[in-house]
Design a protein around this ligand. Sequence first.
Ligand SMILES: *[C@@H]1O[C@H](CO)[C@@H](O)[C@H](O)[C@H]1NC(C)=O
Length: 341
Amino acid sequence: MGGFHLVLLLLLFSSLAMVFVLVCGSSSITMNNNVNLPIISFEDGYTPLFGDNNLIIHKDGKLVHLTLDQRTGSGFVSHELYLHGYFSTKIKLPSDYTAGVVVAFYMSNGDMFKKNHDEIDFEFLGNIRGRNWRMQTNFYGNGSTKTGREERYDLWFDPSQDFHQYSILWTDTNIIFYVDNVPIREVKRTESMGGDFPSKPMTLYATIWDGSDWATDGGKYRVNYKYAPYVAEFSDFVMHGCGVDPIEDVAMCYNVLNSKANIMPKHKIEMENFRNNHMTYSYCYDRARYQVPLPECVISFQEAEALRKLDPATYGDGRRHRGGKRRHPQSKGGKEEDASF
Ligand SMILES: *[C@@H]1O[C@H](CO)[C@@H](O)[C@H](O)[C@H]1NC(C)=O
């Protein structure tokens, strides 16, 4: 009997989408973010930020519409500042012609720290008819805005047809981005990143705005207001973080994760599959931009190959090969040969 129960327990465990170890002081719990985290109403977590009538709350705060029209975009912001946590929302993006439109779900403290802000971003970049939205993730720490750490992806679904869940997990040692509970990117904090890893309390934001100048093919396709209003829908708000008292500046971490979150092996494989098949840009492989990958980059042969197939010009130099030497070493002396891939 005992053995049978153990097997059941193991089965149960392996079927959980994600198991985090939550640490609060000395107590430590293991939990699954799918099942246990409460969904809160808009009012409990957020407040309108801009766009007045272009933000509409439906269903007692279970659903929010953010609209972009000729007049304005719109957005909302969390009541609280958080130092670490798990933050999630479901989003249904506007459909049809959306070139130039940007929808973002992100954390930032840019309004408090003008010169040295931190940021963790999901950004959705609209597209011309017949082409899907693209998604971008990025982060900054201590005002490192000159050092872009963008990745871009296509998705395995049309994000304008249904609601899908987008989540940010931020701890002291890593950041994990999830789409529908599939981890798609993990940033592991390294010593060498210094202040570039987000480390100060941030608020959450969701916005829709006109990004004509860069969003679609670098600004080639601008927002066309003939197709407005553009409406992005948000629901299923989850905010499981360490709220920070802005006066005392002390994080209140009741039962909230504040330590490294681990990705289970099964989900590691899902993440690799996603990255090998859906990633269309990564700063870690962009040799035109960074001759030597930034120190936190963990270079994967499969990712490098997949990107090189998409865009040999940008990624052609990013192949790892025997001995760790670059295929076409730039003439910069021996130093570059030592770059760890
Ligand atoms: C943050 O950036 C400032 C300069 O902008 C620098 O003086 C400081 O050392 C940085 N802090 C960390 C932790 O890297």
